[in-house]
Design a protein around this ligand. Structure first.
Ligand code: CTP
Length: 398
């Protein structure tokens, strides 16, 4: 979401991580948002209201009633003013009160009065973070439709090492920006394949490829933030599991195919971003193959084309997207794939373009739709490419 002009309410609770929220407020202002800050009374021990008032260019709210000015802070107005509410840091205590509607300070009253998306960035010590009581409360907030910005691992104020650190302000900002308030994919089911496949040769070896899975994972994150129910069918990757996304981990093309099949009748949008191995060894040795001769022959057999299998049974209303990685006759080959696999859209990666393809964080693609319209996108981060692909799908479906 472009935050420019948006009303962002920042909630601060009593954690040492509160000092980082000054940076978050600064970043929000720099991105063009209008910012107001509401603090719990105890959080004022950790960071001064004057700092936040100066950075946000607005008065800071922490009490229902200010005896000095005689002014009453209207929590309903504050809640309705906000286009989004980010509570960072959120302590275990505040999360428990939010989960149970225990309204003993202005921040909680504002939370209960707001009807905008609410984001929560917890911060606490690692044992508290692991405690089932806290986890239950957090799950309750998720069931209310609130968004959790997970804590990270690292050194904590207690000196202990582990999970519980509040996410860095830059990453919180990126999280907010990747979210769309419009949710155009609400009630849509999106399935995405991602990553490489590993085709076993023997118990310790496989045929694989360099796909990192990043493009597919970014698509899953972007689709979720647009309101979709997302199923991500992923080959082996080192990537973090995206929040609120159902992830099915697979190894081989065969496993990926079986998982995709389970959803082939129920999806609205399917995006095959996986780099599926085209061939697998005909036989998988039971024992590790010894290096007995100077040459070794592997007999391979074609894997099923998962994307084409979806195209073959595509129903009216289902939208199918494939990827193509070409080194020559790019457009011509991509168009052939689009038709042969019965696709609605194909994303053409070119290895000839610097910064595109496997591994990196950027990609340069062309989007070709079934009416032969071509959109040439600039070199962008995979996150931006994912958003453009989904926007194109939404545009073509409407
Ligand atoms: N794909 C798939 N299952 C396979 C092979 C490919 O689902 N067994 C999908 C990929 O996820 C991608 C698209 O097909 O969306 C294009 O894959 P690519 O390897 O570029 O093309 P192929 O159709 O395999 O043709 P070729 O290798 O001859 O270029």
């Amino acid at each position: 979401m472009n935050l420019s002009g948006k009303h962002v309410l920042v909630g601060i609770t009593a954690s040492i991580a509160a000092y980082k929220t000054a940076t978050l407020v600064r970043l929000l202002i720099k991105s063009g948002a209008h910012v107001k800050v509401v603090m719990t009374p105890d959080s004022l021990h950790f960071i001064g209201a004057l700092t936040l008032a100066t950075l946000s260019k607005n008065p800071v709210y922490s009490e229902y009633f200010d005896p000095k000015t005689g002014e009453w802070s209207n929590h309903v107005e504050l809640g309705k003013w906000a286009d989004l509410f980010i509570i960072a840091p959120a302590t275990s205590n505040t999360i428990a009160k939010m989960a149970n509607g225990q309204c003993d300070n202005l921040l909680i009253a504002t939370y209960l009065s707001s009807d905008c998306p609410v984001y929560i960035a917890p911060a606490m010590d690692l044992d508290m973070y692991q405690h089932p009581a806290f986890k239950n409360n957090l799950n309750k907030l998720v069931s209310f439709g609130n968004y959790i910005i997970n804590s990270t691992s690292g050194e904590l104020a207690s000196g202990l090492l582990g999970e519980g650190r509040m996410e860095e302000p830059e990453n919180i900002l990126a999280f907010l920006q990747s979210f769309s308030a419009d949710q155009p994919l609400k009630n849509k089911k999106v399935i995405i394949t991602a990553g490489p496949t590993y085709e076993a040769i023997d118990p310790v070896r496989f045929i694989g490829n360099h796909s990192s899975g990043k493009m597919g994972y970014e698509l899953a994150i972007a689709a979720e933030s647009l309101g979709a129910e997302v199923v991500l069918i992923s080959g082996p990757t080192h990537l973090e599991i995206p929040q609120r996304v159902e992830v099915i981990k697979v190894k081989s093309a065969e496993e990926m195919y079986r998982s995709v099949q389970m959803h082939q009748n129920s999806y609205d949008i399917a995006i095959c971003a996986a780099a599926v191995a085209d061939y697998r060894p005909i036989e998988v040795a039971n024992q590790k193959i010894k290096k007995s001769s100077s040459t070794h022959q592997l007999n391979l057999i074609k894997n099923i084309d998962i994307l084409k299998s979806l195209g073959d049974v595509k129903k009216t209303g289902q939208f199918l997207v494939g990827f193509a990685l070409e080194t020559q006759n790019e457009l011509e080959n991509a168009l052939i794939k689009l038709q042969k696999k019965n696709l609605d859209l194909i994303v053409l990666n070119s290895l000839n373009d610097k910064g595109a393809g496997f591994g990196g964080n950027t990609n340069k693609v062309k989007l070709i739709s079934s009416d032969n319209n071509i959109d040439e996108l600039p070199l962008q981060t995979k996150n931006e490419v994912a958003q453009d692909i989904l926007n194109k799908i939404i545009q073509l479906q409407s």
